[in-house]
Design a protein. Structure first.
Lengths: 511, 233
């Protein structure tokens, strides 16, 4: 079962959680921040009112949680959601049938509406007149550190896949409550180190990316990929760097530059073959946005890093690589956080599909003969955004394509969603609980190759296949395209290599 | 007994309906206002109303989704809602209560409304059994979940019995139980999860609006908690 020192199954009753490891021991707390011991609200920005006046809270973490809760309620749009959910949640239990974590554990703490109820209980108790009245009539029942720990534990067991939402007759989105709860925890200083350290490097570090990949290393990698592709296909591809005025500025999870060489070559091959005008920025090249998983302030800042780089290069559109969360974080929230002119956004699979439909890429149907299945990343499939496009491409050149059941909007999470794939402390949890349903799904297909067009899903699924000893290869969509693509003799109007390809940048960047 | 019944059907019912209507109007007005305000504050005000409306309508009549998960519970719940709304609204005796206000509308003939009441009752018993015997439902249920179901069982059961010639309980006593339990439910509606009878269309909309964040919200939260100098990562 789950490693009890890293993530534990807690009960919400305070007496029972008293003996549990603290949140720090579970690896859910970032390094102490110098500011966090002193809370000095601006006079004009007083937190939302709550019942701290007559019911003092002896415990520091609980008080910080409430102060954070109050500030988030005041400045965001979550309050009407909590209010309506608290007034109308019927506890019908249909969400239990949708949640892969609950299906694996059978633990009541993992029931989506039970998880949300913990947040709603705090809301009702401290932020509504009814809660104020009940506290005086029936007793205190103050929030405790242990209860806050239990909430944190519960929220980080959720993979935020939002599958429960599609089975809720009322339309409650427990993923939204998880998102809100993690945001409140984060501003109270309770956040996973794995996410915070990466984000700190991305927003405040020298390399400005989550994996600390320096620009010279990036350029070396791209140069190597250009040469490798030429050896493989006897044709040239280019990774144009810092080309001003390109139609697309490309951002992909920076981990792709370390681990997904074939995905990158496949993408470059498609764009080169179709003569697409594109570029990679040399200041910001990481699409990862962990803000989606734990903090709206971070979500905003990373989005603006991407927008800023696109504007610097005078690019016309943002192009996001194979990544579910990065695509959703940009697609869904750029209109919110963009403070300048609108910049359209497209995912690489949408673009490849458009080029495929336009007959601009030629795929050999005799190359991929293995049995292939497709895993829908939750962040691009749950809304119905990207489901059919990759399938249409795959069916055109893969001889033996099979579907998982269920799939599309009703797919199951890989088990590493919601940022949990970046938390090595909970590896065992991801393998035995979070990803169990997906592992069984993949096994049932008998597929030899799983196409998982998402950096997070790929990492999780590779670990999952290794852990459960399944001889299945996990690849991206463009990995298979790379195998099948037939490059034209003379590519279209692709920018000249000398104008900004990786190889032409080597000298200047390294220096 | 007759005097008690007259009181329940007279002054108490007026009071109950007043609480119900005012309570629900307050709920709807406050919720709609909060959602309008949230939309106004959103950085992206492009809310997909058509999709939300379509999903809301589909789930109001989820005939194609009932079998998908928890089929027994889902069918019981669907027929309970169908029965309780139609038999409560279209029973002639209920319509007659609004006669003094000059209100009237078509009713469902007696034999059919009896079948609807029976369907409602069976649905209720299954829902109650589901809460008690199915673990995942039991663990998420609280006292109010059971209390409301018991009150509904009494209301619907007594209402059905009151219309049957073979009922061995005196009619007046049956009606006292029926009206007392029913009135309790009506009073509770605005203050409990039963408010979903009017809030239902707004819940799914709020789920959508909730994801439409405020543009400066993140920075405002940081300034509130950490002062003008902000926070470090």
């Amino acid at each position: 079962m789950v490693d009890q020192t890293t993530i534990t199954t807690t009960k919400t009753e305070e007496t029972e959680v008293a003996a549990e490891p603290t949140t720090e021991q579970k690896g859910l707390v970032a390094e102490p921040k110098p500011e966090e011991t002193k809370v000095t609200p601006e006079p004009a920005k007083q937190p939302y009112w709550y019942h701290l006046d007559r019911i003092p809270l002896a415990e520091d973490r609980a008080q910080k949680f409430l102060e954070s809760f109050a500030a988030v309620l005041r400045h965001t749009n979550y309050k009407p959601v909590l209010d309506l959910y608290a007034r109308s949640m019927t506890h019908c239990g249909r969400c239990t049938t949708a949640c892969p974590v609950y299906q694996a554990t059978g633990d009541p703490a993992d029931i989506p509406c039970h998880r949300s109820q913990q947040i709603l209980d705090v809301y009702k108790r401290y932020f509504t007149p009814g809660g104020w009245l009940r506290a005086r009539i029936f007793g205190n029942h103050s929030l405790t550190n242990q209860r806050v720990d239990a909430i944190a534990e519960s929220l980080y067991r959720c993979t935020a896949c939002r599958r429960c939402n599609i089975e809720c007759p009322m339309g409650l989105d427990h993923g939204l409550i998880t998102h809100f709860g993690r945001y409140v925890l984060s501003e109270a200083g309770i956040e996973p180190k794995g996410l915070v350290v990466s984000t700190r490097e991305q927003l405040e570090g020298e390399t400005r990316n989550t994996s600390k990949v320096p620009l010279p290393a990036l350029i070396d990698t791209l140069e190597f990929l250009e040469e490798d592709f030429e050896d493989m296909k006897s044709a040239k591809i280019k990774f144009p760097l810092d080309v001003e005025g390109a139609e697309y500025v490309f951002f992909t999870p920076v981990s792709d530059y370390l681990m997904e060489a074939e995905s990158l070559m496949g993408i470059a091959a498609v764009l080169t073959a179709a003569g697409v005008s594109w570029t990679i920025g040399t200041q910001v090249y990481d699409a990862i946005n962990y803000g989606l998983f734990y903090n709206d302030w971070v979500l905003d800042r990373v989005n603006n890093e991407i927008l800023g780089e696109t504007r610097r290069l005078k690019g016309r559109k943002v192009l996001i690589g194979e990544c579910g969360h990065a695509s959703r974080a940009s697609k869904a929230f750029m209109p919110t956080f963009n403070r300048g002119d609108e910049i359209p956004l497209i995912n690489i699979m949408e673009l490849t599909y458009d080029l495929f439909k336009a007959g601009k890429i030629d795929l050999d149907p005799n190359v991929v003969t293995e049995k292939v299945t497709y895993h829908d990343p939750c962040n691009i499939a749950r809304s119905g955004w990207i489901i059919e496009q990759p399938r249409a491409i795959l069916r055109s050149f893969v001889k033996d394509f099979v579907e998982m059941t269920p799939n599309g909007r009703r797919n199951y999470c890989c088990g590493g969603g919601g940022g949990t794939v970046s938390l090595d402390e909970i590896h065992k949890f991801r393998m035995e609980i979070g990803g169990r349903t997906k592992m069984e799904q993949i096994r049932a297909t008998g597929a030899e190759i799983v196409v998982a067009p998402c950096a997070n899903c790929k990492k999780q699924l590779r670990e999952l296949m290794k852990y459960h000893e399944l001889p299945v290869q996990i690849v991206g969509l463009h990995d298979l395209i790379l195998r099948a693509i037939r490059m034209p003799d003379s590519p279209g109007d692709q920018q000249s290599a000398a104008d900004g390809s990786a190889s032409s940048m080597v000298g200047s960047a390294k220096s | 007994m007759e005097e008690l019944l007259a009181f329940l059907k007279g002054p108490l019912l007026v009071f109950v309906v007043l609480i119900l209507v005012l309570g629900l109007v307050r709920q709807v007005v406050l919720s709609v206002w909060a959602l309008i305000e949230a939309t106004r504050r959103a950085g992206d005000r492009n809310i997909p109303y058509a999709r939300v409306l379509r999903d809301t309508a589909i789930w109001m009549f989820p005939v194609t989704r009932l079998h998908r998960t928890l089929p027994v519970f889902s069918y019981a719940s669907f027929f309970f809602h169908l029965g309780v709304i139609s038999s409560a609204v279209f029973l002639q005796e209920h319509i007659d209560l609004f006669g003094p206000l000059g209100l009237s509308w078509p009713s469902i003939p007696r034999p059919y409304v009896d079948w609807l009441a029976l369907l409602t009752f069976v649905g209720l018993v299954i829902l109650l059994g589901h809460r008690i015997y199915v673990r995942q439902s039991r663990v998420v249920s609280d006292f109010a979940d059971y209390a409301i179901l018991v009150l509904l069982v009494v209301t619907v059961g007594m209402g059905y019995l009151g219309g049957q010639s073979w009922n061995v309980i005196p009619y007046s006593l049956t009606m006292v139980f029926h009206i007392a339990a029913g009135s309790t439910i009506l009073v509770l509606i605005p203050f409990t999860k039963l408010a979903h009878c009017v809030l239902y269309p707004l819940v799914r909309l709020s789920s959508e609006i909730g994801w439409h964040l405020t543009r400066e919200g993140g920075y405002d939260v940081v300034r509130t908690l950490y002062g003008p100098e902000g926070r470090k990562m």
